[in-house]
Design a protein around this ligand. Structure first.
Ligand SMILES: NC(=O)c1ccc[n+]([C@@H]2O[C@H](COP(=O)([O-])OP(=O)(O)OC[C@H]3O[C@@H](n4cnc5c(N)ncnc54)[C@H](OP(=O)(O)O)[C@@H]3O)[C@@H](O)[C@H]2O)c1
Length: 368
């Protein structure tokens, strides 16, 4: 954790104190992070891109920064900022590229790199085992030397480690929903580990990034639904890592993802086999206790979580039901906020010792 104390709080005159360089600023999460940062009382963002030009062209919703800083200029500015005091970087880049940029920053900043606070929004530093990374992402890990320095960025389960780190790998979008939905029951020993756990998730088109692709083209996506990664979704590895030992991990995790006809949000349905008879109220009490005091996790007393409830917010909503020997856990969250940029900002707040909720909306948009 750095020793920086923000000099302003909500309501006081706006003087930002910590430079934050957002790489991949033309991207989907880059744009979302820049949006959230407008209301952050301590971070002063710089939008870093490989492209030149006006921020308004690719991120017309963002006010504040007006142009991109290119990667070379950002390194010079970052070095100067670190001479003056604390500074931070958020890497919102494709997996594989993030690791390359971490190496590049270490080379260009020298000893000052160790003082930099960095959050990676890609997958490069989420899995502790580089061989598991290779098997999951089908290429060698780009930056093994830095791997052990990264905390896993899911504050609800790793708050202390994040707060004492200068490097965090923000958890993946589906991976966040999967862990919030499954880990409490697994840790409480409620689940039968001898049979597969069937997990089913639907994501909006913003999960596919800003570049137009056949799968995000409106006429094909709208009014349509399809499954993908039937042979295993990458985020299963993050859930397996979180579940740890044999007593909490099933013989088989079976997660199937779907592309849904909406822009923001993830809807997850987990059919979890129970190890013993359980009432819905008892299951709900386990989750309520696990997330007691969490500002961004809501365990519903009744009913089901939907996308409208969470779109635009940094909240995840959980709904539970027991029928026979199956615990159904539903989870909704916004992939761009709690599943992406909001999570990264929550981690940055922790690393700087700021209130964890700064810059993060608890209320959603109402409509998405
Ligand atoms: N979208 C989501 O819901 C979501 C949620 C959680 C995590 N993530 C992860 O977060 C990262 C960013 O996701 P995104 O959806 O924002 O992706 P995106 O829209 O494709 O944006 C990524 C940005 O990275 C930069 N970039 C692209 N290719 C690059 C390359 N070869 N070298 C260097 N920079 C390159 C580009 O920005 P410039 O041209 O401006 O440099 C691009 O706009 C990904 O790793 C993704 O898996 C995404």
């Amino acid at each position: 954790m750095t020793s920086v104390i923000a000099k302003k709080t909500r309501g006081e005159a706006a003087v930002a104190t910590v430079p934050l360089f957002v790489y991949g600023a033309t991207g989907m999460l880059g744009g979302e992070l820049l949006r959230l940062l407008e209301l952050h009382p301590a971070f002063a963002p710089t939008a870093v891109s490989r492209k030149a030009g006006s921020l308004a062209e690719s991120q017309p919703h963002v006010q504040g920064a007006t142009a991109f800083t290119n990667v070379e200029a950002a390194e010079t500015e970052l070095a100067a900022a670190l001479e003056r005091g604390p500074a931070a970087v958020a890497l919102s880049l494709p997996h594989g590229e993030s690791g390359e940029f971490v190496k590049r920053l270490r080379a260009s900043l020298g000893a000052k790199f160790d003082e930099l606070v960095l959050v990676d929004l890609a997958a490069d530093f989420r899995l502790a085992d580089p061989e598991l990374y290779r098997a999951t992402y089908k290429h060698a890990h780009p930056c093994v030397d830095e791997l052990s320095g990264f905390a896993y960025g899911l504050p609800e389960f790793h708050r202390a480690r994040i707060a004492s780190s200068r490097r965090t790998a923000a958890a993946g979008c589906f991976a966040t929903a999967l862990q919030l939905a499954v880990v409490p029951a697994a840790r409480a020993g409620l689940l039968d580990v001898n049979v597969p756990w069937i997990l089913h998730g639907v994501t909006g088109s913003s999960g596919s990034g800003a570049e137009p692709k056949p799968g995000t083209h409106h006429p094909y996506r709208h009014g349509n639904l399809w499954a993908y990664s039937l042979d295993g979704h990458r985020h299963e590895a993050e859930l397996a890592q979180a579940l740890g030992g044999a007593s909490t991990k099933p013989a088989k995790l079976h997660f199937v993802a779907h592309s849904g006809p909406f822009t923001r949000g993830i809807h997850l349905t987990c059919a979890l086999p129970l190890a013993r008879p359980l009432a819905t109220a008892e299951a709900r009490a386990v989750y309520a206790q696990c997330f007691a005091g969490e500002p961004f996790v809501e365990v519903l007393e009744a009913g089901v979580p939907d996308l409208r409830r969470i779109a635009g917010s940094n909240r995840a909503a959980l709904g539970l039901n027991v029928r026979g020997d199956v615990l159904t856990v539903l989870c909704t969250l916004d992939n761009l906020v709690k599943g992406g940029a909001g999570q990264a900002l929550q981690c940055l707040n922790l690393m700087f010792g700021f209130p964890e909720t700064w810059g993060l909306p608890r209320s959603g948009l109402g409509v998405a």
